[in-house]
Design a protein around this ligand. Sequence first.
Ligand code: GLC
Length: 568
Amino acid sequence: MTLTFPGETPTLRRAVPATTPWWRDAVVYQVYLRSFADADGDGIGDLAGLRARLDYIAALGVDAIWLNPCYPSPQADHGYDIADYLDIDPAYGDLSTFEALQKEARDRGLRVLMDLVPNHCSIAHPWFVAALAAGPGSPERAKFHFVGGRGWRGNRPPNNWRSVFGGPAWTRVTEPDGKPGQWYLHLFDSTQPDFNWQHPEVADYFDEVLRFWFDRGVEGFRIDVAHGMAKHPTLANWRHPRKYNAHMFNRPEVHAVHRRWRALVDSYRPARELTLVGEIWVPAVAELARYLRPDELRQAFFFDLLTQPWNAAKMRSAIQSGLDNIASTGATVTWVLSNHDVHRTVTRYGQEQPTKTPDPSALIEVTRNRGPVDVQLGTARAGAGILLLLALPGSVYLYQGEELGLPEVLDLPDEVRQDPIWRRSTGTKHGRDGCRVPLPWAAAEPTFGFSLNHAAGGAPAEPWLPQPDWFAGCAVDVQQERPDSMLALYRQALACRRELWAGDAELTWDDRLDRADLLVLTRGSARAVVAFGPDPVELPAELGEIVLASVPMTGRTLPGNAAAWLRS
Ligand code: GLC
């Protein structure tokens, strides 16, 4: 990579401005805590490990971190099955470690966002334990969806809804008298019972949860399955059981929950500008925009870039549709190319690119294709992709390890796989473990430096998912030394973004190079050129001075599968 930007070294101690709507153009780094850094040497990442590595995140030049769920949980879906919303899982630390983390993050100019999981809890949550014990018809069961089965003796699920992870969305319980009894609804794993959001205590409970953490300094939440809380009032069968189920997702009633939370968030103004960012999978961007109406969420992930192949026309049309649909709400677009649920970018872009438009009910499936991977090509495209993403107006969420250009670990042995998708699909879908393998920090250390405690003399336990040998080549300490590494590109790009692309300046497409495999976009005096095909492109002087490129450039020739930033 050419590092022609004179650049500022990101300062480690930036002040956090108190009132600006910081989220509108923020870059947020997603920390999958379990796999980030392990301070106590048990093979599982923890808050102390994160504290020890905060300087690394600050030096990347991001504005905030989003922590995947770190509440007490049996970890059946790695924290998305919560047993207690008002505490920290002992495997990760405790409330005082969390407080220390927040302070240290704040000292480095980093805000902390948590993950709110309101659609479902864990079967270990006290409400669910009480509901099981209390039996059919009890007030305890009313907080969930407990229903009698169909068919002879109720031995068939109440309706035809399917779990997102495979199999029916219902599980039958054994009643306190030892007999098979009612069924409960779970849109995901059977360990994740869905709350009944028509019950007033559920809504009150989540108000308390939000306030509990906001009052401890948390600056926002990513909201898990934010389109899922409301269900069809009669739990009626869905006409296409294997298609997008509009009886369980994206119901009109769900917007009332978002309005309620928005009022709660706004009650902290003007002193604090808190954000809520929704994880919302809907078949059309216009639907997504409905969640961003002025009295609802402040942000919602725009997943359409993540589901596009590496193709100029498709990316352009997805970007434009995001801008057109979301701008009218007054919100900015929240761009993402990766997260803990999809295959890593290098792998997606190093595979044969799908040509068919994905079925809206299987959008996430296209992000988890298997098949041969050209890692070098995928890496080049991922570098170009991040320059495209960071040039767009709005906020960007980055998943840990993307800055190292980690490929997906596709060949984990079956016996170590932990994702409930693997089990519920009876081994037909590999699921998401391959993007969750613990990070490599130091090429020559045991566990590649993921576990820190061996320095104190102890031998670290094996990481919770095994790291392949080739992780050594991607380790932070190796990349830190190389000006042409993905890490160097991320650092340069993030530092440069503050100067070049800050603010809401409008995006226009520049078609003067007239090539179908190129995207050229302009915002203010800055310009980005992305070459999606294999052919190089000569950048005419009138496009401006080259500030940064994703690969080394000779003169003004941008190679194929690469991107450059320019300024006039
Ligand atoms: C969201 C999370 C995913 C989790 C699921 C159930 O999609 O991102 O990791 O498994 O919700 O909570």
